[in-house]
Structure formats: C-alpha cells, structure tokens
Ligand binder design. Structure first.
Ligand code: BGC
Length: 426
C-alpha cells in the first residue's frame, strides 16, 4: 500500500518559488561572495557566483519557463552591489534592469516578492566592516529606501533581510562564510545591527507607501532542535541553542524589544514589525554537547540534512501562537541531485500545512533552478529545474513537473501519486 494519499490544497494557499540574486544572476564581481570565492578552499568546487545561471541576461527565458510551469508567485532578490557599486553612488541603469524584469514578471502573471538583502554585500560595505558596525544601519536604510522608492508602483511585498541568524552564525561563529570570523560576541553584535536594519526598513517602507497596501517582513531561518537521546543535560543544551540561534533574534526582529544577548532596550519602541510570519524551513538539529549529531536510520538529503517534515508544522504552530499573522513559507526545499526524493519532500511538507488550522497563505519552494549554493558552489542542486552551468541549458526535473501539476490542479490526485511519488525511497 502506498503511504501517499490524495489531498487538496486550500484555495487560498499560493505555491511559488524562491531564488536569491547572488545565487543566480552571475556577472557581478563587486560583491562579498565573489571576493570570498577567490580564495582557494572557500568554495567546495572552486566555482564562483560570477557564472551562476547568467540570469541577469537570461531572465526573460527563466520567467517564461516559470510561467509555463504555472508558477504565479516568485520571491527573488536585488543585488545591493549592483545598485550601489560604490558608497553613495546609485546605478539607475541597474535599477532599471530590475524594473524591466519585474514588469516582465507581471506580464507573465507572476506576483513578485522582493528580497532586499540575501547574504551578500557590496565590497565597499564589506570592507568597512559590514553589519559589525552601527553605521551599517544608515547605509542599509539608504539603499533600501532607494530600491523601494523605485519599485513602489510595481511591488507590494518585501523581505527586508534573509536569515539574519544564518548570516551571523556562518560568517562570525563558524567562519565558513565571509568574513570568516570566529567570535560569538561579534555574531551577537551583527544580529543586533541586522535587527536595527530590519526595524528601520519596516518603518521606512510603510512610511513610503503611506496608505497604499504593502506587506513587509523578514525571512527567518527556523530549525527544530531536539536532544540526542533522553539525557536531560542535552535537553537543556537544546533550549540554550534554540534561544541563541533563533529565539532571541525572532523576538527582537518581530517586536522591536531587543532580547538578551542581542540587547535589552527597544530603541525604536515596542511594536509589531512584520505583516506576515516569514519562515525558511529545511531541517532539524539533534544536539549532544552543543554539537549536531546524526540520528541513524533517518532519511537525509545529499548534504546530510535530516528530512523532517513534521518540523514545518511544529514551527508554524509555535510562531503563529506567538506572533499571530498570516504565514508565508519563504523557503523550503532540498538538495537532491538525482531528483529521487524531492517530489516526496514537497508532498510531505505541504501535507503538514494544509490541514487548514493555520493561515498559511504562501509557500515558496527553494528553489526554481540549481544555482550557486554559497560554500557548496555549483555542487548542490536544489532546483525544480536542472541547470547545466556549462551550456546554461535548463531542464525541468520530474519534481518540477509534479510541482507544476500541483499548482495547476491545487491537489494531489491518485494519478499524480502513481506518476511522481510511488517510487520515492521510504
Ligand atoms: C538560504 C538559501 C540557500 C538555502 C539552501 C537558505 O538558508 O536562504 O540562500 O540556498 O538555504 O542551503
């Protein structure tokens, strides 16, 4: 008997996909990830974001493919280093390029969700210390205001900052991302400045839109943490790690009241600094002695990440209880080179959020096509669409066809189960 059963998606749940500028555009040497990729050993396969998907030139083809797949909701990013290549110098032509791309999107019937910051910085900004310094807040506000004032006639939805915790932890605790530092204290400082950036941008964008509808939030990387076995010491460690990685930051970014160790004041006043709850969900962490451990006998993706669909509903429930707003799953997806379990991954995660008890409005699959996956380079394919980086040929994967049918039919039918799911590994 198949473990898959037919089900319908709620009418108001929109399925889309997500990308990030640095990961797909190519052609830009002026950002921190390009600079980082130039040191041997930083990127697993020696690639750089300079090639990526050449989406800067190929955006029309990509949008067309997206629309052929039935995708009507698209989260994508703006590359700050293109908009402001040197401090205070704004490139109207680059902005015009994004406007043209968004106009095309709209012509294809695709609704844009714009990300203002997704991990990469202009080199001038990185060199002055990026979000380590308080001055970063003014620079980010100025950039965000420029972009938003140029898009306010076309866009209504924004993500200010993508995964501030991942940015701070990888760049300042593990040192595996730029700028390659290892200082827990600095990571908290960076979280604080990123929080200030978000709070200000939230306010600024609303002020700019005035009475016009606009929805602003941040894409929050949330994980489920569990102890390895029954040892109560590990259970305590779980509470600490969860709080330091996501609890304190989520509270600070959402309410404006800074939580220890990020801060203790409310510099802009307490309030509600989100119009939706944005959740990026991938996996869970099993903790023993403050380190991640493997649980044997679990299905993992190609990067060794535990596949745990229940985590999505656990986190949605937890966040909704605290923050009470429509939920947008701003990212969810998996690395599966052979495309063996991606369809089942999508099925399982969507089942978790379709029981109708929570107002999940949107689900953006990560990602549209294989791209430059940060430190993994071109070696970790998360795409619904396969990309051959040499030829730039795009091929819709079987999971892409499944997702496309799912969008068009708004349900999983017995024939879809037979066609796409029954041969998934269990
Ligand atoms: C990031 C994406 C990344 C994905 C898969 C998320 O944390 O926002 O940029 O590609 O995870 O690793």
């Amino acid at each position: 008997m198949s473990r898959f059963v037919p089900f319908s998606l709620p009418d108001n749940l929109k399925l889309g996909c997500a990308t990030a500028a640095t990961q797909i555009e190519g052609g830009d040497k002026n950002n921190s990830w390009y600079a980082w990729s130039q040191t041997k050993g930083h990127i697993k396969d020696g690639s750089s974001p300079f090639r990526a998907n050449q989406h800067w030139q190929l955006y029309d083809e990509d949008l067309q493919l997206m629309s052929e797949m039935g995708i009507r909701d698209y989260r994508f990013g703006i590359e700050w280093s293109r908009i402001e290549p040197s401090e205070g110098v704004f490139d109207d032509k680059a902005m015009g390029h994004y406007r043209a791309e968004i106009l095309r999107m709209i012509q294809y019937g695709i609704h844009p969700l714009v990300t203002l910051h997704h991990f990469s910085n202009p080199i001038w900004f990185e060199e002055m210390g990026a979000f380590e310094t308080r001055e970063s807040v003014g620079f980010f506000r100025r950039y965000a205001a420029y972009v938003v004032s140029h898009l306010s006639d076309l866009c209504t939805d924004y993500v200010t900052i993508n995964e501030p915790n991942v940015y701070a932890v990888n760049g300042y605790v593990f040192g595996s991302w730029p700028p390659g530092e290892k200082s827990l204290l600095m990571s908290f400082k960076v979280m604080k400045n990123l929080t200030l950036c978000h709070l200000h941008a939230y306010r600024d964008i609303h002020a700019l839109y005035g009475a016009k509808v606009v929805r602003v939030g941040f894409a929050n990387h949330l994980r489920v943490f569990i102890p390895y076995g029954k040892n109560p010491v590990y259970a305590c460690q779980v509470l600490i790690m969860k709080y330091l990685f996501q609890g304190a930051l989520t509270k600070s970014m959402s309410t404006g009241k800074f939580a220890f160790p990020i801060g203790c004041t409310a510099p802009l006043g307490k309030g509600r600094y989100y119009d939706y709850i944005g959740i990026n969900y991938y996996s869970r962490s099993v903790i023993k002695n403050f380190k991640e451990r493997d649980l044997p006998d679990r299905i993992k993706n190609d990067l060794g990440w535990d596949i745990y669909p229940e985590g999505l509903s656990i986190l949605c429930n937890e966040q909704y209880k605290k923050y009470q707003a429509p939920i947008w799953i701003t990212e969810n997806g998996t690395c599966d080179k052979e495309d063996q379990f991606r369809s089942a991954y999508i099925y399982d995660h969507l089942r978790q959020i379709t029981d109708g008890k929570l107002p999940v409005e949107r689900y953006y699959h990560w990602t549209f096509m294989d791209n430059f996956e940060w430190a993994e380079g071109e070696s970790a394919p998360f795409g619904l669409v396969k990309c051959d980086f040499e030829t730039q040929e795009r091929t819709v994967r079987r999971s892409g066809r499944f997702y496309s049918e799912l969008i068009c039919r708004q349900k999983v039918t017995p024939d879809m189960i037979e066609l796409y799911l029954n041969d998934s590994p269990t």
